[in-house]
Design a binder for this molecule. Structure first.
Ligand code: GDG
Length: 464
């Protein structure tokens, strides 16, 4: 079997400690361990004068190779084009997208540099798997350097509707770069259709059937691979986690009162302010829940240097303060807003202890929290998932209580309905969702993608 080379913006180097390795990192590491390979990408560090060559950590059969970024590259590539242009645009936030040519140049520069540094480490038979919007041009840069290996790409975010993508001044260049891959994976059918639509209607590409596309002189496979979680591990952890001190403290403190939980990186795509407003409407509309139901929102800070992320942080502090000030009592606070992260085990215990999981992003590629909440439930007394129809996860988890996160009235009603739901209905919905969570587990996602990538004919589909 050929080696695997994983390329992602951040690399989960084992030396960084177990805390950083989320489910995805573990799954990718396992794939690398099976056949040996390289995990290549940014170290997460900036330097005034970054070393020319990658720092290498050997953990046979896996090699971790990382590069530092200069401050300017970090600003233009990461904080700039990736997180202030592509991220908002791919999440339908044209109002927040900043189209700055200098950032775009920095984005291309880093992709070129990374490709040049990976190329000497490659063997002709390696299969290369590139992840996410930071690295869209990576394959075209490798191709320019003569790399003819199989290269796959998975987009973790949504791919926006054609009219939105067209607003990007560099849309054609990025689409051309996507077509330099042999396999392009999306989270949902919606994303795949948006991509096909753009390729066929804007670029005159051809849909060949069987998920094959021909455009920009290349033939590629574009398909849906919904990402998942490590289901069994999560179920086991959640059952044990009820004994965790933090979880016991929470349960003891809550007594007879009931909790709803939201867990999100502090990001405007996650709809947290809208969620708080809906929760306020819920308290106003159903006053019997005042004093007896709280929303616990865990929101570790992310991308703190990007101005829009600073703005949402202060908006949330203001909103939580306002709602707690208006509705709070001496012995009850409606919103528990925690601006920090928790260990994974504690988090699964929190999921299990909370009657309602509130996952209401305005737009999300998949949203793993939705699947984690479901997998963490006690099978004899499962909680209810309230899920945004704009999360990729809603395509599979249609047995959740689906909501429109922009409609506070709708979400308030759904929260009330979730609390009132009979055990029978909760169990029925939970079983249906568990089935879906199993069907698209993280292992299955990885295996499906890699088996399709490995089936690409030598020299690519064009050569077949
Ligand atoms: C991108 C796409 C897609 C959160 N707080 C804590 C913590 N987390 C973990 C969750 C979950 C992960 O972070 C977040 O995953 P999501 O899927 O919800 O969201 P993104 O970070 O935006 O991820 C998304 C995903 O890629 C995968 O393809 O689903 O659509 O945007 O696993 O549990 N983990 C710990 N403590 C916390 O406080 N330990």
């Amino acid at each position: 079997m050929s080696r695997l080379v994983v390329v992602s913006n951040r690399v989960a180097v084992p030396d960084d400690g177990p805390a950083r390795a989320g489910g995805l990192a573990v799954a990718l590491r396992e794939a690398l361990q099976e056949n040996g390979g390289i995990w290549f990408g940014w170290s997460g560090k900036t330097a005034v004068r970054p070393a020319e060559e990658p720092a290498v950590t050997e953990a046979p059969p896996v090699t971790y190779a990382t590069l530092d970024l200069s401050r300017c590259d970090h600003q233009e590539y990461y904080n700039g084009f990736a997180n202030r242009t592509l991220w908002p645009l791919f999440h339908y936030r044209l109002d927040l997208a900043d189209f700055n040519r200098q950032d775009y140049t920095g984005y291309l520069r880093v992709n070129t540099h990374f490709a040049e540094k990976l190329q000497p480490l490659l063997r002709a038979t390696d299969d290369i798997w590139v992840h996410d919007y930071h690295l869209i041009p990576f394959a075209s840069e490798l191709r320019r350097l003569g790399v003819a290996n199989r290269i796959g790409f998975f987009l973790h975010t949504p791919f926006p509707a054609m009219e939105v993508f067209l607003a990007l001044p560099s849309h054609e260049r990025l689409a051309r770069s996507l077509c330099a891959y042999d396999v392009v994976g999306f989270q949902t059918m919606n994303d795949l259709r948006a991509f096909q639509d753009y390729i066929v209607h804007e670029q005159g590409g051809e849909f060949l059937g069987d998920n094959m596309l021909r455009a920009f002189g290349r033939t590629l496979r574009a398909e849906v691979y919904p990402i998942g979680i490590e289901v069994e591990a999560m179920q086991r952890t959640a059952a044990h986690a009820m004994q965790e001190p933090a979880v016991r403290r929470l349960i003891k403190h809550m007594g007879e009162r009931r909790l709803m939980i939201g867990v999100d990186r502090l990001d405007y795509s996650k709809g947290i302010p809208e969620r708080f407003r809906s929760f306020e409407r819920f308290l106003e509309k159903f006053p019997s829940h005042q004093g007896s139901v709280s929303l616990m929102q865990i929101a570790p800070v992310s991308r703190g240097e990007v101005p829009e992320y600073k703005a949402i942080r202060s908006e949330l502090e203001h909103l939580a303060g306002h709602i707690n000030g208006v509705y709070g009592e001496l012995d009850w606070m409606p919103i528990r807003y925690l601006n920090k992260g928790f260990p994974r085990e504690t988090l699964t215990g929190f999921y299990r202890a909370c009657r309602v999981g509130v996952v209401t992003p305005l737009r999300d590629g998949m949203n793993l929290v939705a699947k984690e909440y479901v997998a963490s439930q006690n099978p004899h007394e499962p909680g209810v998932l309230v899920l945004s129809r704009f999360a990729g996860a809603a395509r599979e988890l249609d047995a959740a209580v689906l909501v429109n996160p922009f409609d506070h009235e709708n979400v308030a009603d759904a929260l009330n309905r979730a609390l009132a739901m009979s055990l029978e209905e909760r169990t029925e919905r939970w079983e249906a969702m568990m089935q879906k969570v199993h069907d698209s587990s993280l292992d299955k996602w990885r295996e499906r993608f890699l088996s399709v990538l490995r089936a690409v004919p030598e020299g690519g589909y064009g050569a077949a």
